[in-house]
Design a protein around this ligand. Structure first.
Ligand code: ADP
Ligand code: ASP
Ligand code: MG
Length: 404
């Protein structure tokens, strides 16, 4: 008998029948005698609908009211799952973020969890009560509802597992684990039995939306054992583990892609000290996260700088550059939203050469032009034209021998 946190994502609680299916699954685990906290997302599509409504009324909405609206999807599923469990004879009670309370900082729309009060939940475990917790939401320092950023229920679950000192956090979703790449675009993607925290963090950061980035950071920091598995099948999932738990490490464990970035090229800036600072300083001041950067060689004392920013920040970035034109001294700016970043990830890369050249060769064989490259110890990313996304991911999946 142990203490577990289970999390069910939007598709898993997408309608009443699915909520009843989740309730049966939870009951089966509860029948084994485990202490359970169950975190739920809103029904799939629900949060998008709520976000849409806030934008319809006010494009630049007040973030506190945005949170009041978008947090409501999880209130519905938490109550419904508690009811479905009660119907099966399980002692269950729902909890909203403020009722626990799960306290966060005051960054509405992207709040960070600061503390979780678990004493009451634990007392009720002694009465065999299941806590059904609304994911994605918390209570800010201003005593108002906050939300944790899109996909945030994963983070609610991992944080709760850490606070409860749970044996494991099981993330139930619509795929039966973490795959070598998104199984929706590569049919031959392979399920991984295990993946290291570091690789999972890179995968999540580089576009694999199967776990929210912050949930992986949190799991890593608090050493929470996380499993990703399907709420529709009974197969074992993927365990996120420490590197030494993986006996035979592949060189490349996965491929991720994202279309969430845009490319900006600043043409003809002077090639002298201080220019990069003059360019990237104002972007940083505007809280714009610059990711990949290349600076070309200078022939005539001027150079071009190319970099990527989140697509949602593209317009703002162009405004910032325009506002600092006199200081930066560039001739013009070109923006391209039609790009994708493709990344190969693997801790095995640390001590092996030739991973990058395999990538470049595979892409060139498909006639795909690489626009920007960036690397870290365990990943290589390239920026390409968006229309080649699927082709590139499939070619790389084959090139690294990942096809099942
Ligand atoms: P949930 O609503 O359960 O939180 P998400 O849609 O957030 O589910 O995450 C699951 C989805 O993540 C899958 O349907 C899949 O398309 C996508 N995904 C992207 N990359 C991967 C990967 N490497 N392994 C598994 N799933 C992935
Ligand atoms: N419902 C929220 C979202 O769609 C949180 C989550 O599903 O994890 O982003
Ligand atoms: Mg999710």
């Amino acid at each position: 008998m142990s203490r577990l946190v289970l999390k069910f994502g939007g598709t898993s609680v997408g309608n009443v029948e699915r909520i009843q299916n989740v309730a049966r699954r939870v009951k089966a685990i509860w029948d084994q005698g485990h202490e359970l906290a169950v975190v739920v997302s809103a029904m799939s599509g629900e949060t998008n609908k709520l976000v849409g409504w806030t934008s319809e009324i006010a494009a630049l909405h007040d973030a506190r009211e945005y949170d009041t609206v978008v947090a409501s999807g999880e209130q519905v599923t938490a109550g419904l799952l508690a009811l479905a469990l009660q119907e099966l004879g399980v002692n269950a009670r729902s909890w909203l973020g403020w009722q626990i309370p799960l306290r966060t900082d005051g960054v509405h729309g992207a709040a960070r969890i600061e503390s979780i009060e678990v004493d009451e939940l634990v007392r009720r475990f002694a009465d065999r009560q299941v806590a059904v917790v609304a994911g994605f939401q918390g209570l800010g320092p201003d005593n108002r509802v906050t939300t944790l950023g899109r996909g945030g229920s994963d983070t609610s679950a991992v944080a709760l597992a850490a606070a409860l000192k749970a044996e494991r956090c099981d993330i139930y979703t619509d795929v039966d684990g973490v795959y070598t790449t998104d199984p929706r675009i590569v049919a031959g993607a392979r399920k991984l039995d295990k993946i290291t925290y570091e690789e999972m963090l890179e995968m999540a950061s580089l576009g694999a939306k199967v776990l929210q980035i912050r949930s992986v950071e949190m799991a890593m920091k608090h050493r929470v054992r996380v499993q990703v598995l399907s709420s529709f099948a009974d197969t074992p999932g993927t365990m996120v583990v420490d590197e030494d738990e993986i006996v035979e490490q592949e060189l490349v464990s996965g491929i991720a892609y994202t279309r969430d970035e845009a490319k900006v090229t600043v043409l003809k800036v002077a090639d002298r000290p201080g220019v990069a600072a003059g360019l990237f300083g104002p972007l940083a001041d505007a809280n714009i996260n610059v990711d990949m950067i290349v600076q070309n060689v200078s022939e005539d004392g001027t150079t071009d700088m190319t970099f990527t920013v989140p697509r949602t920040d593209l317009e703002r970035s162009l405004k910032v550059l325009d506002g600092h034109k006199a200081n930066i001294g560039h001739e013009s700016v070109r923006a391209d939203g039609n790009v994708a970043k493709i990344s190969v990830i693997g801790v095995g890369m640390r001590n092996h050469a030739g991973i990058a050249s395999t990538m470049f060769r595979a892409l060139s064989e498909k006639g795909i032009n690489i626009q920007v490259i960036s690397t870290s110890e365990i990943k290589i990313s390239v920026l390409i034209a968006a229309e080649y996304t699927e082709l590139a991911v499939r070619a790389l999946h084959t090139a690294y021998g990942l096809d099942s």
